[in-house]
Design a protein around this ligand. Structure first.
Ligand code: WQD
Length: 326
């Protein structure tokens, strides 16, 4: 198929582009390089530099005869979204309206959308399956849920078929070491731990050690980005084959604690990684992990590289190879 990846120079987008290329598809990338990086692009994939808020540019690109598009162009910091909702409304909501309208105008009938477990909010039961109530706790999660609803209406009214993929905590780097572009100013746990290991920051702050979890620190479902990328290919194949839309979790179904990540990072890197216990971060649930039974059943998908060892080792390899170590 011919596939346009909007946001394909970003952290997850570059892995998705690599996976579609490996699966034999023809790929083009549209990205404004605001958080994406030129060194995340591949020579086999045509690159169009442009902004999703620039409708003529987007439509011009979309008219390239694509069978499907993957949409990963969004702002994604949950904390920031509570302080700057206007930015998230513009990029994640208006930006998506542009993308979907341009897709319809250009006759692109299939979309894979980067959604998030942030659509669920505070867990009411575990593991979280797709029937769990969707009551986002942050504005970021609201924007993802709102786009899922828009996709549902465009399916009903315009026949647009979509797969909305609710990622849990994306982590790790390409298992074959082909993606080296580090995220700028990371706030997520694993890159923060890597920066402490690399000497780029003095310590890791552990946000709370008094949660009702096995070691008192927060437990999350970390899903390897190479696993996520495979999920996009499988989801698009499903939508193409079935001619129906889909909302599905992509998670490892396993919880890993903050201290388990830090311990593994100390082992893999051989570096001390100082950790300081801090108060809980507001809005953080104690534990979150997915049921991915639906992805297994429909897509034949399951996480293969989402064990703590692979998550840490592939991320450290990307940091090492980027020359970031001090
Ligand atoms: C993981 C765990 C922290 C940093 C966020 C978004 C979510 C999704 C993924 C995009 C928690 C602890 C973290 C640190 C720490 N984003 N932590 N010290 O909050 O689970 O999810 O990213 O789709 O929408 O909310 O991820 O990596 O920030 O935190 O102790 O410096 O690590 O308290 O338990 P989170 P995270």
């Amino acid at each position: 198929m011919r596939i346009l990846i909007v946001g394909g120079a970003g952290y997850i987008g570059s892995h998705v582009a690599r996976e579609f290329l490996d699966a034999g598809h023809e790929v083009a990338v549209f990205d404004n390089l605001s958080s994406g990086r030129r060194d995340n692009l591949f020579p086999e994939a045509r690159f169009v530099e442009g902004d999703i808020l620039d409708y003529p540019a987007l439509l011009g690109c979309m008219r390239g005869g694509f069978d499907a598009l993957v949409h990963l162009a969004a702002a994604k910091a949950a904390g920031e979204s509570m302080l700057k909702p206007e930015k998230y409304a513009l990029q994640n909501l208006n930006g998506t309206v542009h993308i979907l309208n341009a897709a319809l105008e250009a006759g692109v009938g299939k979309v894979v959308f980067s959604s998030s477990a942030a659509t669920y909010g505070e867990p009411k039961y575990l593991p979280i399956d797709e029937k769990h109530p969707t009551e986002p706790e942050n504005f970021y999660g609201y924007t993802k849920l709102e786009v899922e609803r828009l996709l549902g209406w465009y399916d009903r009214l315009r026949g647009l078929k979509f797969a909305a993929l609710r990622y849990f905590n994306a982590a790790g780097y390409d298992v074959k070491g082909r993606i080296r572009g580090l995220e700028r100013d990371p706030a997520n746990l694993l890159p923060v731990v890597m920066e402490a290991a690399a000497g780029m920051r003095p310590e890791v702050q552990v946000f709370g050690d008094d949660y009702p979890t096995r070691d008192g620190t927060g437990v999350r479902d970390y899903v390897h980005v190479s696993d996520l990328a495979r999920g996009h290919v499988a989801a698009l194949e499903w939508v193409s084959r079935e001619g129906r839309s889909l909302v599905v979790n992509l998670g490892s179904e396993k919880g890993i604690s903050v201290l388990e990540i830090i311990e593994e990072a100390r082992r893999v890197t051989g570096r001390p990684i100082p950790a300081r216990i801090m108060p809980r971060r507001p809005g953080d649930p104690a534990q979150l992990y997915a049921s991915s039974a639906l992805a297994r059943e429909l897509l034949g998908w399951e996480a293969r590289h989402s064990d703590v060892g692979s998550l840490v080792a592939t991320t450290w390899e990307a940091y090492r190879a980027s020359g970031a170590l001090r």
